[in-house]
Design a protein around this ligand. Structure first.
Ligand SMILES: Cc1cc2nc3c(=O)[nH]c(=O)nc-3n(C[C@H](O)[C@H](O)[C@H](O)COP(=O)(O)O)c2cc1C
Length: 220
């Protein structure tokens, strides 16, 4: 698969087959992703790949934490309130997902149930948790974004799908506890991944993109 096809065909996956990725393939993907660029080559990513029983335990702890605490307590500032065209696009992506799942816009309960699937990793066999030293702030966040997309495309090339999840940075407590993270390290976001189950309705969701002229100015 060439890079253009990977970019064109990649989409967020929210339903997976119960078939783990082999350890050899996991190691191959994550070692290649080490080549991702970062500002001054600081390589801020400290990634935890969770699978098997540990992943199930983490899922249970996260679901409990979300239900008990209700209000997110992220390690990093995710508090942007989208407005204008950004808000419209946010609605557009939610609409694409909930329509694919057959959930009405007003059906708050079903939407909440769908949201909870984030912390069950959409039943994926693996989840990658991206952490970094908190003081790195915006610079680190940019690097981690680039790292995550590098990882995503390497997965695509091998027939593996994923969903990046800001939701996994919203309730960092169980991750901090399970992996004994020091206070200076924060959970920024995560990525559930595995082989896509194309029979899951959520996986039929399609998002759109703006026209090139909306996004890019070619100046000369
Ligand atoms: C940084 C980041 C965080 C995201 N967080 C979530 C999330 O918490 N839950 C979710 O279902 N999708 C999440 N997504 C997926 C986006 O909703 C998705 O990429 C967007 O709607 C475009 O759709 P596509 O990936 O299918 O092209 C996230 C994507 C990114 C890049």
């Amino acid at each position: 698969m060439d890079i253009s096809s990977a970019v064109l065909n990649r989409r967020s996956c929210r339903g997976f087959k119960q078939e783990p990725v082999s350890e050899a393939l996991l190691r191959e993907i994550f070692s290649l992703a080490q080549q991702a660029p970062s500002g001054c080559n600081v390589q801020p990513w400290q990634v935890i790949v969770v699978s098997g029983e540990k992943k199930d335990q983490l899922k249970n702890q996260l679901m409990m934490d979300v239900m008990q605490k209700q209000k997110p307590y992220p390690d990093f500032d995710w508090s942007v309130a989208y407005s204008g065209k950004h808000k419209e696009r946010q609605f557009g992506s939610a609409d694409a997902l909930y329509s694919a799942m057959g959930i009405e816009r007003q059906d708050k309960m079903q939407r909440n149930i769908a949201m909870m699937k984030n912390w069950a990793f959409f039943d994926a066999p693996h989840v990658a948790i991206f952490t970094m030293d908190k003081y790195l702030n915006l610079m680190g966040a940019v690097d981690i974004g680039i790292y995550a997309q590098t990882l995503s495309l390497l997965m695509m090339e091998r027939g593996i799908s994923n969903c990046m999840q800001g939701a996994l940075g919203q309730f960092p407590g169980p991750i901090r506890e399970m992996f004994d993270l020091p206070e200076e390290r924060g959970v920024i976001f995560g990525m559930s991944f595995g082989y896509a189950d194309n029979d899951v309705p959520a996986n039929t969701a399609r998002t759109s993109r703006e026209a090139l002229e909306e996004a890019v100015l070619f100046a000369s």
